[in-house]
Design a protein around this ligand. Structure first.
Ligand code: FAD
Length: 427
C-alpha cells in the first residue's frame, strides 16, 4: 500500500495511528533530504519512537573519506585509492527470515492506493513501449542482470566497454539509480566472481578492477553531491560563470531529437529517446557536442537527460555533465573537444551502432557512415541518403565549432578558477 502526501506528516500520522515503536529507513544524501530526515528523526525521537537510518545506496559514507587535511578529495584517482585502502565495504545484510505485515490503520486506508492506481504509466499516447521492452522492472530483474553480466560478460568488459555497438557493459545503472539493487550487493557479487576458478584470470582481474572503478565513479558523484550541495545548479569552477553560453533553441531541439547531422551524436540521442539509456562513451560525445560545438549551457543538457534517462540520478547526472563541460571537480579540460567523427570511427568502426539508431544511413559503406557529407553523389544515391531531406546536413561544421568554443573558453580566464568551496550556495 502507498500513502501520498507530505512525507513527514504522513509518516508521523502512520506512526501515531499504528502505534509503531520503531522506524527504519535508508539514508538520503541531497542537502534538502538530509535536512528533512534529520528533522523527522528528531520529531519522532521526541515522541519516544526509536529511529535508525542505514546506508542502502553507497559503498562508503561520503563523510568517512577525506584527504590528509580532512578535506574532501577533488581528484577521482586519489579519492578512489583512499576508498580501496579501506578494504571491502561491509557485505549486504541478509534477508530477514520472516516479515510480518500489519494492515493499515482504518483512518489511513481511505488515503492509501496501490501502485497501479496511480496511473503513472503513460497511456495516451503510450510513449514508453521502448523503455518497457528494454528494462524489465524490479529487484529480481536487477539480480538477474547482475548474474548474467558476471557469468558471461565480465571478462570482456575492460576491452569492450567503450564500444557502443557491443552490449559489453552491465546496464545496471537504472537498477542502481532506483535502488532495485545496492552497490554493496554488486560489489560482493563482483568479488565472488573475481575469485571464481577456471577463467582467464588476468583478463578477469583487469575487467573486475575496471568495473569496480566505474562503481567508484558513481561513488565519487554522490560524494560530490554530498559536499557540494548545488551540484546540479552551479558551476563547481566559478570561472565558468563567465562562459558566454548561447541561447539557441533550434539547435537544442535538433540535439534533443537526434538531428544534428553528426551520426554518432544522433544515434545516441535517439537511443536515449527510445530506450531511456545511452552508452557512456556516446553520452560523453553527445554532452561535449552540446556544450562545446553548440556552446549551450550544460544545465540544459542535464535537464534533458534528467527527463529522459531511466537511470537519471541526482548525483551522477550533474557530476558527469560538469565533468564533460569542464566546470566540475577533476573535470575533462575544456580545450579537449571531442571530434564526433573520430570518436565514431574509433569506437564504432563498423558503424553498427549508427546503423541501428540512424537507419537512414544504414546503406552507406563503413568508411562514410560517420561522415555522410563526404560521400559522393553516387554513394549517397546508392544508399538512399538525401542530405538535407531524409538526413540533416550538419548543423555546424566541426572546426568552426571548435574555434568558437575555445574563444568562449578564453573569456573564462582560462577557466583556471578554483573549485567552489564545499557546501556553499543553494540546496
Ligand atoms: C553526460 C553524462 C550524464 C550521465 N548521467 C548519468 C545518470 O544520470 N545516471 C547514471 O547512473 N549514470 C550517468 N552517467 C554515467 C554513465 O554513462 C552510466 O552510469 C553508464 O553508462 C551506465 O551503464 P552501465 O550500467 O552499463 O555501466 P557499467 O560500465 O556497467 O558500469 C557499472 C556501474 O558503474 C556506474 N558508472 C559507470 N560509469 C559511471 C560514471 N561515469 N559516472 C557515474 N557512475 C558510473 C553506474 O552505476 C554503472 O551502472 C552519465 C554520464 C555522462 C557522460
Amino acid at each position: 500500500m502507498l500513502l501520498q502526501g507530505d512525507e513527514a506528516a504522513t509518516l508521523e500520522a502512520l506512526v501515531a495511528e499504528s502505534g509503531a515503536q520503531a522506524v527504519y529507513w535508508n539514508r538520503r544524501y541531497g542537502a534538502a533530504q538530509r535536512e528533512a530526515d534529520r528533522a523527522l528523526k528528531t520529531a519522532l525521537r521526541e515522541r519516544g519512537v526509536r529511529v535508525e537510518s542505514f546506508n542502502g545506496q553507497l559503498l562508503n559514507e561520503p563523510w568517512t573519506v577525506s584527504n590528509q587535511s580532512g578535506e574532501p578529495f577533488r581528484v577521482f584517482g586519489a579519492y578512489w585509492r583512499a576508498c580501496l585502502r579501506r578494504g571491502d565495504p561491509p557485505p549486504p545484510a541478509s534477508e530477514p527470515e520472516r516479515m510480518i505485515f500489519q494492515s493499515l490503520p482504518a483512518r489511513l486506508t481511505r488515503r492509501a492506493s496501490k501502485l497501479d492506481d496511480l496511473g503513472l504509466a503513460p497511456r495516451a499516447p503510450d510513449w514508453a513501449s521502448g523503455l518497457r521492452a528494454a528494462w524489465p522492472a524490479g529487484e529480481e530483474a536487477a539480480l538477474e542482470r547482475l548474474r548474467a553480466f558476471l557469468a558471461t560478460d565480465l571478462d570482456a568488459y575492460a576491452a569492450g566497454r567503450e564500444e557502443p555497438g557491443d552490449a559489453a557493459t552491465s546496464r545496471l545503472s537504472p537498477y542502481l539509480a532506483v535502488g532495485a539493487i545496492s552497490p554493496r550487493q554488486v560489489w560482493a557479487a563482483l568479488k565472488a566472481a573475481q575469485h571464481a576458478q577456471g577463467r582467464d584470470s588476468a583478463r578477469r582481474a583487469a575487467s573486475a578492477e575496471k568495473f569496480a572503478s566505474e562503481l567508484g565513479w558513481r561513488e565519487f558523484c554522490h560524494y560530490q553531491r554530498y559536499h557540494y550541495a548545488d551540484l546540479a545548479a552551479r558551476n563547481l569552477r566559478p570561472a565558468f560563470d563567465a562562459m558566454p553560453w548561447r541561447k539557441d533553441p533550434a539547435s537544442l531541439r535538433a540535439w534533443q531529437c537526434g538531428l544534428t547531422g553528426y551520426p554518432l551524436v544522433d544515434a545516441g540521442m535517439r537511443e536515449l529517446w527510445h530506450t531511456g539509456w545511452m552508452h557512456n562513451r556516446v553520452r560523453m560525445v553527445a554532452a561535449s557536442f552540446l556544450t562545446k560545438h553548440l556552446l549551450i549551457d550544460w544545465r540544459a543538457g542535464e535537464s534533458w537527460f534528467w527527463d529522459t534517462l531511466v537511470d537519471a540520478d541526482p548525483a551522477s547526472n550533474p557530476a558527469n555533465w560538469q565533468w564533460v563541460a569542464g566546470s566540475g571537480v577533476d573535470a575533462a579540460p575544456y580545450f579537449r573537444i571531442f571530434n564526433p567523427v573520430l570518436q565514431g570511427q574509433k569506437f564504432d568502426p563498423r558503424g553498427n551502432y549508427v546503423r541501428r539508431w540512424v537507419p537512414e544511413l544504414a546503406g552507406l559503406p563503413d568508411a562514410l557512415v560517420h561522415e555522410p557529407w563526404k560521400a559522393c553523389v553516387q554513394s549517397l544515391a546508392a544508399a538512399g541518403v538525401r542530405l538535407g531531406e531524409n538526413y540533416p546536413q550538419r548543423i555546424i561544421e566541426h572546426e568552426l565549432a571548435r574555434r568558437r568554443a575555445l574563444e568562449g573558453y578564453a573569456k573564462t580566464a582560462g577557466a583556471k578558477g578554483r573549485t567552489a568551496s564545499k557546501q556553499s550556495g543553494r540546496a
